[in-house]
Design a protein around this ligand. Structure first.
Ligand SMILES: NC(=O)C1=CN([C@@H]2O[C@H](COP(=O)(O)OP(=O)(O)OC[C@H]3O[C@@H](n4cnc5c(N)ncnc54)[C@H](O)[C@@H]3O)[C@@H](O)[C@H]2O)C=CC1
Ligand SMILES: CC(=O)C(C)=O
Length: 263
C-alpha cells in the first residue's frame, strides 16, 4: 500500500502490541511518520512494528522505557523530535490491568496502577504539550481511557479509577492548552481482544469459577454490535482524533465499544 503523504509526526506509547500497535500502523497508513515506545521487555514487538511502519513508507523511531518515569517519557518525546523533526500527535496508550477485589488490593498494587495508567498519561500529555507549545503550531494529544471511565467493572476497581481520572485529566488539559491550539481527547474502548483481555479473562474466570474463555464470552454478551472489538476498531477512531477532521473537538472521552456503555 502507498501511504498518503501527511508531513506530520506522532509518538505512540505501549505500541509493541495490541491497541498501540494498531494505532501506530494506522497513523503510518494515514501518512504520518511514527515513533513508538514500550517497556524494554517488549523490544522485539517494537522492532516488528517499526519495520511495518517503514514498510508502509513512513519514517519510524523506537524507544524503550517506563511511562511512569518522567525521564523515560521526556527521553522518548525528545528522541522522537530528534529522529522525526517535530511532534504533532501524541498517543498516551500504554496501560496495565489487574483483576482483584478492593478488599484484597494492596497499597503497592494500587500505587502501581495509578503510576502507569494515570501518571504515565499525565507525563505523556505534559511532555508532549511542552514540545508542541515550543513548536508554536498546536497539536493533537490523545489518551487511553476506557468504558470503565464511565462505569467501573467490579474486580477492576483501581483500574477503573485510573481510567476515570484520565477522563478528568483530559478535560483539564483541554481547558489549559486550547489557547495553544492543542486539542486533548481520549478513547474509551470496551472489550478488545488483546493480551490485556487474555489476562482479565483468566483472572475473572478464576474469581467467578468459570473456565478460560468463559468470562470474555459472558462480558461480551453486553455488546450490542455482537462481537468483541479488534484493535483496529480503536485505531480508526484514533486516526480521526489525530486528523484535522477533529479540530473542533476537545476535552472529550468517547466510547468506541460496539455499544456497551451509553454516556
Ligand atoms: N483491551 C481492552 O479491552 C481495553 C484496553 N484499554 C486501554 O487501551 C490501552 C492499550 O491496551 P491493550 O492494547 O489492550 O493492552 P496490552 O496489554 O495488549 O498492551 C499494553 C502495552 O502497554 C505497555 N506498557 C504497560 N506498562 C507500561 C509502562 N509502564 N511503560 C511503557 N509501556 C507500558 C505494554 O508493554 C503493552 O505493550 C491501555 O491503556 C488499556 O488500559 C481500554 C479499554 C479496553
Ligand atoms: C480493559 C478494559 O478497560 C475493559 C473495559 O475491559
Amino acid at each position: 500500500m502507498v501511504a498518503k503523504l501527511d508531513g506530520r509526526t506522532a509518538l505512540v506509547t505501549g505500541a509493541s502490541r495490541g491497541i498501540g500497535k494498531a494505532i501506530a500502523l494506522r497513523l503510518a497508513e494515514d501518512g504520518l511518520d511514527v515513533a513508538i515506545t514500550d517497556v524494554a521487555a517488549n523490544k522485539a514487538g517494537l522492532e516488528e512494528v517499526a519495520g511495518l511502519i517503514e514498510k508502509a513508507g513512513r519514517k519510524s523511531a523506537m524507544f524503550t522505557g517506563d511511562v511512569s518515569k518522567e525521564a523515560d517519557v521526556e527521553g522518548a518525546v525528545q528522541g522522537a523530535v530528534k529522529a522525526l523533526g517535530k511532534l504533532d500527535v501524541m498517543v498516551a496508550n500504554a496501560g496495565i490491568a489487574q483483576v482483584i477485589s478492593l478488599l484484597e488490593l494492596s497499597v503497592d498494587d494500587f500505587d502501581r496502577m495509578m503510576a502507569v495508567n494515570l501518571r504515565g498519561v499525565f507525563l505523556s500529555y505534559k511532555s508532549a504539550a511542552q514540545q508542541m507549545i515550543k513548536q508554536g503550531h498546536g497539536g493533537k494529544i490523545i489518551g487511553a481511557a476506557s468504558i470503565v471511565a464511565y462505569r467501573p467493572f467490579a474486580l477492576l476497581g483501581h483500574y477503573s479509577a485510573s481510567k476515570w481520572a484520565v477522563r478528568g485529566l483530559t478535560q483539564a488539559a483541554a481547558m489549559e492548552w486550547a489557547k495553544y491550539g492543542i486539542t486533548v481527547n481520549a478513547y474509551c474502548p470496551g472489550i478488545v481482544g488483546t493480551a490485556m483481555w487474555d489476562l482479565i479473562d483468566e483472572k475473572l474466570a478464576e474469581e467467578e469459577g468459570l473456565t478460560k474463555g468463559a468470562a470474555i464470552k459472558k462480558y461480551s454478551e453486553s455488546i450490542y454490535l455482537g462481537r468483541v472489538s479488534v484493535p483496529e476498531d480503536v485505531a480508526k477512531y484514533v486516526s480521526y482524533l489525530a486528523s484535522p477532521d477533529s479540530d473542533y473537538m476537545t476535552g472529550q472521552s468517547v466510547m468506541i465499544d460496539g455499544g456497551i456503555q451509553f454516556s
